[in-house]
Design a protein around this ligand. Structure first.
Ligand SMILES: [Zn+2]
Ligand SMILES: [Zn+2]
Length: 159
């Protein structure tokens, strides 16, 4: 089999996704042998997955903001802080769920209510720090996906 992009060159590998032949040069473009088209498809779904990670924070933030402005009639700044705190609960909850011992599962009903209340408060506190860290991590993924896209485009032009 010869390289799909360079029909005069013998292929040394096949694209992991579609099986197209790839020559030495084409096979070493990315971390593993994959053709440009398949890598582009992978990047597209990667970008969608990254984008989805912003959504819960955005929804909770907006919910907190609206609650602050419309329901408890706070000013804009307090409402922004409230939105931040509520969105932070989402992140804090994830962190606490990750580290908490599993023994809570055997609590009676009253214990559950108490447990969720405590967990909510703790999540809010933890979220103040966990959220900015979490969001920065998503942004870093976003930036790296952006550069991957540039790299794919550059490789496409080379062919
Ligand atoms: Zn392919
Ligand atoms: Zn090639």
């Amino acid at each position: 089999m010869n390289c799909f992009y360079h029909p005069d060159t013998v292929s040394v590998a096949a694209c992991v996704d579609c099986g197209k032949g790839l020559c030495q040069e084409c096979a070493s473009r990315y971390q593993f042998p994959i053709c440009n088209e398949c890598n582009e498809i992978r990047l597209k779904s990667e970008k969608q997955a990254i984008f989805k990670q912003y959504i819960p924070s955005a929804i909770f933030f907006i919910a907190g903001l609206i609650f602050g402005l419309k329901v408890i009639n706070e000013n804009v700044y307090s409402s922004i802080v409230l939105g931040y705190m509520i969105a932070g609960v989402f992140w804090g909850w994830k962190v606490i769920s990750f580290i908490q011992p599993k023994m809570f599962l055997f609590l009676p009903i009253v214990g559950w209510v108490f447990y969720f209340f405590i967990k909510f408060i703790l999540s809010m506190v933890v979220g103040i720090v966990a959220m900015p860290i979490g969001i920065v991590r998503i942004i870093i993924k976003h930036i790296s996906a952006f550069f991957k896209g540039i790299n794919i485009k550059k490789n496409r032009q080379k062919i």
